[in-house]
Design a protein around this ligand. Structure first.
Ligand code: FAD
Ligand code: FES
Length: 533
């Protein structure tokens, strides 16, 4: 399980991985155990240490090796699902608390950076939301009013974004947003965590979380961390089988980065209102990088980062067409005169009501907490998780508790709940269809396909040397059939977003084990018992 093989490479993934401690090789204890060293887990660990708690962080990859190194790190209180919808789902007080908490998260990130002197390219800048072609102008007007009702009184409508060569038309300006280099930020948090006596164990897969007094986490290699409280910040919680996964859905999203002449694009965050929407920012090229062929010349260029083209994970396998559309979109609007420097994809978890699930894990013991459902805003939601979970664990009341409660039922979002769950139910239809190919013989080297084998299905990958590697195509989470992703060379589950490398090793949950290797392929009837959504 250990080191996760890389698929596409993001701008932030240059240089060595952040490893601080190595694998956990003995039983240990602390007041709090945090599983997952992405922004949510690392912020939680940092803030708990500041409160004087003893903390252990455990991750099965390097620090930040999950979605945090695939982000574009817009740090914003301009909510992706928009305030008009947040207000409809959560009421006016809920929208106000959402705006307050995301604003507080931006401030907290800045505070931590200043306090810990983290050199991570942090920058305050404006964010602009502009209409996609053909969109009604009233959409922005309604969003402006909803944002102001939520307390963002400085959001304003202006005639167009500050761009030359592309007239966006009227747009909303969200002042005082931010951006940073996410890996450098996590490195700064790691340094501070270690300084305060926190322990971080990488390359350590957690197999099980047991609530109780004390709680225990069991690692794959058989070691135990004993603690008073556990935070599972694994992006998608593996310790919740069903409840949370019916209320959030995994979406794959795509990003390109191009060199653009320095200073030609106003430094800001940009989003449009298309569905799925595009997101844009700039990043200075570090002056100390040796890989200038990749990054470009820091004196004359900077990177324009453009993302979008989202689809439900495992339900499309046309990444190249998506990158092409993204490139066409970018070239039509920005001074892009060269080939792509970087392209990568990753996954966001969209909740049915637009806000993350942060708090006590439903149906679990009182000392087991989760942070999930980033809704495309994991920088702020991950930071809110750190603030809120710290308060819950030290016993301090927090006004955001109910808003982010993982057990909440948002009745006004029941249409989204129904739509996502009907979509999941439809994926189980793959059990009765044929394979992608008639037989594994026809799979070309370097690629994979699902093959029907009697009552079950096999995920077959042929390596570059022609050798075939087979495992069960049945996702160990709740029994959906995985699909081959040509772009990333992964097996992706179309139900709740578990992903596996080409040979079936787990990359991300909610599954928590590998695909079963071919020698141990199960009887199909056994797998059907697991299908319960
Ligand atoms: C392309 C893209 C663009 C994005 N853009 C933005 C943006 O502009 N702004 C924004 O706010 N958000 C954005 N997001 C979302 C944001 O990046 C994520 O929500 C955020 O990074 C998630 O952080 P996390 O700490 O929850 O999870 P992760 O960073 O995924 O960390 C989870 C960690 O848990 C570990 N783990 C998992 N299972 C186990 C286990 N069983 N045992 C031990 N360890 C385990 C993993 O190895 C991983 O390191 C974007 C995401 C993508 C993919
Ligand atoms: S992720 Fe739930 S069945 Fe695969």
């Amino acid at each position: 399980m250990n080191l996760k093989p890389k698929q596409t490479i993001s701008v932030w993934m240059q240089g060595d991985s952040i490893h601080v401690h190595c694998e956990l090789t003995q039983d240990v204890d602390a007041e709090v155990c945090v599983v997952g060293a992405g922004i949510a887990g690392m912020t939680s660990a940092y803030l708990l240490l500041k409160e004087g708690r003893t903390v252990i962080v455990v991750d099965d990859g390097p620090i930040g090796g999950g979605q945090t190194e695939r982000t574009t790190a817009h740090i914003t209180n301009a909510l992706d699902d928009r305030y008009t919808e947040i207000e409809r789902w959560h009421g006016s007080e809920g929208a106000r608390l959402a705006a307050e908490s995301h604003t507080a998260a931006i401030d907290r990130i800045e505070e931590i950076i200043n306090l810990e002197k983290i050199d991570c390219d942090f920058e305050r800048l404006d964010g602009y939301l502009f209409n996609s072609i053909g969109e009604s102008p009233s959409l922005l007007e309604q969003e402006l009013q909803a944002a102001r009702r939520a307390g963002l009184l400085h959001v304003e409508s202006i005639l167009h974004c500050p761009l030359t060569g592309f007239d966006t038309g009227p747009c909303l300006r969200f002042p005082n947003q931010a951006q940073f280099h996410p890996r450098k930020y996590l490195l700064g948090l790691a340094t501070a965590i270690l300084r305060m006596g926190g322990r971080i164990f990488t390359e350590t897969h957690v197999a099980k979380v047991e609530s109780g007094t004390p709680a225990r986490i069991r690692t794959e290699k058989g070691f135990t961390v004993t603690s008073e409280a556990v935070i599972v910040a694994t992006n998608s919680p593996f310790n919740d089988l069903v409840t949370i996964h019916t209320k959030q859905a995994p979406y794959s999203t795509y990003v390109l980065a191009f060199g653009v002449p320095r200073g030609q694009v106003t430094r800001a965050l940009y989003w449009d209102t298309e569905n799925p929407y595009h997101y844009v920012r700039l990043q200075a090229i570090p002056s100390d990088v040796s890989a200038s062929a990749l990054f470009g010349n820091p004196l004359t260029e900077e990177l324009l980062i453009v993302g979008g083209e989202d689809h439900k994970t495992g339900q499309a396998d046309d990444a190249e067409a998506r990158y092409d559309r993204l490139e066409t979109w970018a070239r039509a609007r920005f001074p892009v005169n060269e080939r792509r420097r970087f392209h990568w994809s990753g996954q966001v978890l969209e909740t049915i009501d637009g806000l993350a699930f942060i708090g006590h894990n439903p149906l679990d013991g009182p000392n087991v907490f989760i942070a999930t459902g980033d809704s495309g805003q994991g920088m702020t939601h991950g930071t809110i998780a750190g603030i809120l979970l710290t308060d819950l664990i030290v016993g301090r009341s927090n006004p955001w508790t109910q808003l982010y409660d993982p057990a909440r039922k948002t009745l006004l979002a029941s249409d989204r709940f129904l739509k996502e769950n009907l979509n999941v139910a439809a994926q189980y239809g793959s059990w009765v269809t044929g394979g992608d190919v008639e037989s594994a013989e026809s799979i070309a080297p370097g690629t994979g396909a699902v093959v029907r084998r009697g009552l079950t299905k096999v995920a077959a990958y042929r390596d570059e040397h022609g050798q075939l590697h087979e495992c069960s195509a049945v996702c160990p989470h709740l029994g959906c059939i995985v699909r081959w992703n040509h772009n990333e060379s992964t097996w992706d589950c179309p139900c709740h977003g578990s992903r596996f490398d080409k040979k079936g090793h787990l990359l991300c949950g909610p599954a928590n084990t590998n695909l079963i290797q071919s020698s141990g392929l199960p009887d199909a009837s056994v797998e059907f018992k697991a299908v319960s959504v």
